[in-house]
Design a protein around this ligand. Structure first.
Ligand code: ZN
Length: 96
């Protein structure tokens, strides 16, 4: 897998589908990679579950929810080495 340092995206091809950067480097275990964009309430419970499993997570808010006066959704980033585990947690939480 390749990694765009600019976008923090993980991808199969050696070219970023988001910014167009080519000659990407191989992803490293500790790279925080884009995982998903979730609404605020899902971000909270997902973050909680990751922390319980000792998986580091970074969430950056975007948009604005006037009701809660907080970001309406969050871009979630997780280190590559925890990706599989995080995907499993995500699947159990939201896809069953
Ligand atoms: Zn990029």
């Amino acid at each position: 897998m390749f990694f765009c340092e600019k976008c923090n995206y993980l991808m199969n091809e050696n070219k970023c589908f988001k910014c167009g950067k080519s000659n990407l480097r191989k992803v490293r275990e500790d790279d925080f990679c884009y995982f998903a964009t979730l609404p605020a309430f899902k971000t909270n419970i997902f973050e909680g579950n990751l922390k319980v499993n000792n998986i580091p997570v970074a969430a950056f808010g975007q948009g604005y929810d006037y009701a809660t006066k907080k970001s309406s959704e969050y871009n979630i980033f997780i280190p590559y080495k925890f990706f599989k585990e995080a995907k499993e947690i995500y699947r159990l939480m939201f896809e069953d």
